[in-house]
Design a protein around this ligand. Sequence first.
Ligand code: ATP
Ligand code: MG
Length: 321
Amino acid sequence: MIRLSAITPSGHVQLGNYLGAVRRWAAEGTDEDVYFISDLHAMTSSHNASRLRSLTREQLAVLIAAGVDPRSVAVQSDLVRELGALTWVLECTCTYGEAARMIQFKEKSEGRSSVRLSLLTYPVLMAADILLQGANEVPVGDDQLQHVELARVLARRFNGTYGEVFTVPRAVVPPTAARVRDLADPTRKMAKSAQDAAGTVFVLDPPDLVRRKIQRAVTDDRAEVRYAPDEQPGVANLLEILAACTGKDPKELAGTVQGYAELKEVTAEAVIEELRPVREGTRRLLDDPAELDRARAHGAERSRDRCAHRLDAALRVSGLG
Ligand code: ATP
Ligand code: MG
């Protein structure tokens, strides 16, 4: 069973990425799985070349420091030739209407005067990521379900038209995945590419900064620690973060703290302790470029080896070569 997930180097890894995804990859992943740093996806909106390169490296270090099996981690662009080839063939299997229907495309392109063509086509690249590795399961948040559905449609259509080459993948939405919200605006989810970083805790933030950001988190004027996500989203978010870091239940935790000041204090300490080993491990890896380079080369080779025969078959049956 091969699972495939990805994180896009569109910003520094934030607490939600860690609690909702990376920590799970470390705990449940096997060396069969593939965890991509999807730097190609990061190019679908305006990007800076050297920042992209350094964020890619940083995310690779964070994943390994967090305990994700290094054999399962790969940088997407290390397979750019293979992916480019399959993306073309899959684009020739996909209609314009199917791509233009994607809600993410509509949301991300709305109101912009200039939209990169790749923003429209990247779900096809994502399908190539998934199909090339032969992934059976794709754990995603519900915002990505539509993209996995497209990968399924393209796999079936390709297999039906040319011959059985691809495994049809399944999307899985982890039932208990933590959804961390922005500390400054708890109506939004925390995101690494948010415009304003005041409400975002980054995995590499020093402890003092983490404490400051959590102390400034928006709550409400009820002055009552209850777990009520609809009425008290800010307080509920802090309780959920605390719960995710301590393995306890947010409702029960609500009864153990007296006021907002105490809630923020214990949450900050729990987050700092949860992130400490990841932060220190990442720093160590970033200071040892040789080890990181080795891990990267290894991951690239593994995922390239795994996909070579499938790419050859896809090109051959579709009339190429
Ligand atoms: P971007 O702003 O660029 O979309 P992001 O923070 O949403 O960045 P992604 O690269 O889109 O991060 O997602 C990486 C992984 O982290 C995915 O599995 C996604 O479901 C998960 N994730 C992202 N944000 C959160 C969050 N706030 N809470 C829990 N999980 C999250
Ligand atoms: Mg996202």
